[in-house]
Design a protein around this ligand. Sequence first.
Ligand code: 13P
Ligand code: SF4
Length: 347
Amino acid sequence: MNNNKKNEIIERIKTIKKELGNRLVILTHHYQRMDIVDLCDFKGDSFGLSQKAATDKNAEYIVFCGVHFMAESAAILAQEHQKVQIPDMGAGCWMADMADSYMVDNTWNEVTEIVGAENITPLVYMNSDAEIKAHCGRNGGAVCTSSNAPDAFKWAFGKREKIFFFPDEHLGRNTGNRLGIPPDEMIVWKHDKPLGGNTPETIKKAKVILWDGYCLVHTRFKVEHIEKMREKHPGAKIVVHPECTQEVVNIADATGSTSFIVKYVDSAPIGSTIIIGTEINLIKRLAAENPDKTIIPLFESLCPNMYKIDLTNLLAALENIGELNTVTIPERIKGDARLALDRMLEL
Ligand code: 13P
Ligand code: SF4
């Protein structure tokens, strides 16, 4: 798109925003392109965005620039009179697609037959569809995000002795490690194998059962990338997202959600060098916003789903406000999914 066209679209978006005033709020995840972030009313990690969706009771229209599970969570938390739209319905999440409700229900039945439903709490990562969140709500569980997973684990252990965590194996394991759970008490449930590739004995012994899902954007970061960067930039700090593997997380200087990474960079001393292992658009933005610091990607890894949102489809959503790409949740699951999200917000 040439610059004239781009400026024209930006001006049209600004005009619609002005016309709608408080009736519209544009929520944007940290991985969005810079020109989308520039036009939003609120940017954040998936926890901050869900909090905003739950508390902003004024706006009639919530336009969500992020991926589908995030817009879905906003639609679950929004008031009856609010409409949630996503500029591109095809902006999904590979990790969220790795667990569907049929597989999760079957696994839950197999596991609870062995350990008893009264002894295990389901915890679901925000990166999941509404059906799965509803499964958790129905079974006494909660949603968590990368910013509150340790608190969610503590909450769940306060209720029952075991956790069934899905779909991200790595966030689950990194959280378990952080809480000092021995590695042999965290087992992986390989969803295409009988009993997830485990025996009744290992399932009974496990404190945490991890679904075998992962993020293709974050599992691309390797120990070798960190070793090379340390050699090249000896004084640098390395911060990564907890969707990275435990090998990467264990040798980084810090780990946290996208908002944690933003704060980490903000609070670093002027002149410092920070190497970041997360989605490339956030890293590029942080580099542009912090010219007094050196911000380097650990490796360039882009989330093509986040990248599907652009100025053109954002304008189309605004020109068809309340009508185009509205995200709705079937009533059959909305209450239970809300229960699981509310338990997270209360943590
Ligand atoms: P945050 O909750 O840290 O923003 O992460 C969301 C996500 O999808 C990371 O890949
Ligand atoms: Fe999903 Fe990974 Fe993209 Fe996050 S970065 S939205 S987990 S595919």
